[in-house]
Design a protein around this ligand. Structure first.
Ligand SMILES: [Zn+2]
Length: 354
């Protein structure tokens, strides 16, 4: 198959008029040529941090603090998750997966609660098990927690935070299994950052309260960071120093709990771009190739040999027509209504015909 339009090529998203040629789920080549198409072709998004289990609890808990809302074991989210049955959770997650696909996300890195059962529920949602619509094409990189057996079914371990438990043994077991270890750090305050970094994680999540010493350690180690600025705003913990982090290491964007924020990468990009005033190219990298790099996947940039996970926008929509800078328009302005196609693994999964 091939897609025609203005292609945002490579990790710098250079706009090239022409076509992307795809075969066997891979990008084969980019052909520069004059074409009759207003479409804009970019990599599908990689949402680098989600908790989609709480899709059963959207907008619950107005006015609660971070701990009252999401802290294990008895934050509101965990009580609602315990009270919901398996089928209800699977169905709610499946609808979130479908929404993520329709807003251009091809891959997500999920921190799943509830041990082995929690991971199985997400796998059921991905497989469309009993939810009334089919298997989803979006790829989940699933980080389990709560028991060490979870490594047998998950792609990695996603720790709640260094102050919640001693993670040394599970850190070692994760490395032994050749899987990824991620951990929340510096969300409420700076107190758990050094302990999290001592575990030598593959990535840190949040780092809202990163201070000089932590930034220096990031400089030394280059540990990637996933930031979730809209979530931090909702839980009233401050905003991450996106610019300072990005000067030192790989930074990716995540939408965090579905309970608190819609898992649309368009919304996260616009917010991160306007909050940090970083160049749009850099924000788009945070929403695509940087998250893929953390997960060890070859996608998120349009270049030969990369996975063909692509997002096609209507560049002549009422929202995008006349844009003078396409990358800025994609990052700061585009939304769900501009999506004309989403391609995952070389196959169209969302197609709008109007
Ligand atoms: Zn999280």
């Amino acid at each position: 198959m091939h897609l025609e339009g203005t292609v945002l090529v490579g990790p710098d998203f250079e706009p090239v008029e022409g076509r992307v040629v795809v075969a066997d789920g891979e990008i084969v080549r980019i052909e520069q040529e004059s074409v009759e198409s207003d479409e804009v072709i970019l990599p599908a998004f990689v949402n680098a941090h989600t908790h989609i289990g709480d899709s059963i609890a959207k907008e619950a808990g107005e006015g609660l603090s971070l701990d009252e809302l999401v802290a294990p074991p008895d934050g509101l989210k965990h009580r609602l998750l315990r009270a919901a049955d398996h089928g209800e959770k699977v169905a709610a997650m499946a609808r979130t997966l479908r929404y993520m696909e329709s807003t251009g996300t091809g891959t997500f890195l999920e921190f799943r609660e509830g041990g082995v059962d929690g991971v199985s529920a997400l796998r059921d949602a991905l497989a469309g098990e009993g939810v009334g619509f089919g298997e989803r094409a979006i790829e989940g990189v699933v980080f389990g927690r709560d028991d060490s057996d979870v490594l047998s079914v998950a792609d990695g371990y996603g720790a709640s935070g260094a102050r919640d438990a001693d993670f040394d043994a599970v850190r070692a077991a994760t490395r032994e299994a050749g899987k990824l270890f991620g951990i929340h750090a510096g969300e409420r305050d700076a107190d758990d950052i050094n302990a999290a970094m001592d575990l030598d994680p593959d990535f840190l999540v949040h780092m809202v309260h990163a201070e000089g010493i932590h930034l220096e350690r990031l400089d030394d180690r280059g540990t990637p960071v996933v930031v979730c600025p809209r979530s931090n705003l909702v839980t009233n913990v401050g905003v991450p120093p996106i610019r300072e982090l990005a000067e030192r290491t790989t930074v990716a964007l995540g939408t965090d709990n579905v309970m608190t924020d819609s898992p649309s990468m368009f919304r996260e990009m616009e917010f991160a771009a306007k909050l940090s005033d970083l160049p749009a190219r850099e924000i788009l990298r945070m929403a695509t190739v940087n998250g893929a790099e953390i997960a060890g996947l070859n996608r998120g940039a349009i270049e030969p040999g990369a996975d063909a996970d692509l997002l096609v926008l209507d560049g002549d929509s009422d929202n995008l027509a006349g844009a003078r800078d396409l990358v800025r328009a994609v990052v700061r302005r585009a939304g769900h209504a501009d999506v004309s196609r989403v391609v995952t693994g070389g196959e169209p999964v969302v197609q709008r015909d109007d």
